[in-house]
Ligand binder design. Structure first.
Ligand SMILES: [Fe+2]
Ligand SMILES: [Fe+2]
Length: 133
C-alpha cells in the first residue's frame, strides 16, 4: 500500500486523509487490473470517482472557510476534471473484459491522482498548512 510522500502532504488533516483514501482506492483498482487483487473495476472506479467529487466539494468549502483568495480558480480546476472523470468511467466499464482498456485506465488514474488531485493542490498548501481547521 503506498503512502503519500511527505512532499505531497498538505499538512492539513482533512485534506491529507482524503488524498490518502483516494490513493488507496486507486492502488486497489490498479491491483485488480494487474490481477493481484479481487474486485471489479466497473464497481470500484465509480465509487472512487464519487469519493473524488465529495473530496472536491469538501476542499472547496474548506478553502472558503479559511479565506483562500483563489478558491474560484481552484473550483474551476475541479470542474474541468468532469470530462476526464467521464473518460475514466468509460474505460472502467470496459476494463474488466479488455486488458488494453485496463492499461489505459491505470495510466489515466495515475495522472489523475498525481497531477489533477495532488499536484494542483500544492498551490494552496502554504495557505492551509498549520491552520487550525
Ligand atoms: Fe485535494
Ligand atoms: Fe483540489
Amino acid at each position: 500500500m503506498s503512502e503519500l510522500s511527505k512532499s505531497f502532504e498538505m499538512e492539513c488533516e482533512i485534506l491529507d486523509r482524503d488524498h490518502q483514501e483516494l490513493m488507496q482506492q486507486i492502488d486497489k483498482i490498479a491491483a485488480v487490473i494487474d490481477g493481484n487483487d479481487d474486485g471489479r473495476c466497473a464497481k470500484l472506479t465509480p465509487e472512487m470517482i464519487k469519493f473524488a467529487k465529495q473530496h472536491f466539494t469538501r476542499e472547496e468549502a474548506l478553502l472558503i472557510k479559511v479565506g483562500y483568495p483563489d478558491v474560484k480558480k481552484h473550483a474551476a480546476h475541479h470542474q474541468n476534471l468532469d470530462h476526464k472523470m467521464e473518460t475514466i468511467l468509460e474505460l472502467a466499464a470496459m476494463a474488466d473484459e479488455n486488458s488494453l482498456a485496463g492499461e489505459k485506465l491505470k495510466s489515466a488514474l495515475k495522472f489523475f491522482l498525481a497531477d489533477d488531485i495532488i499536484d494542483a493542490d500544492l498551490d494552496f498548501k502554504s495557505f492551509v498548512k498549520d491552520r487550525d481547521i
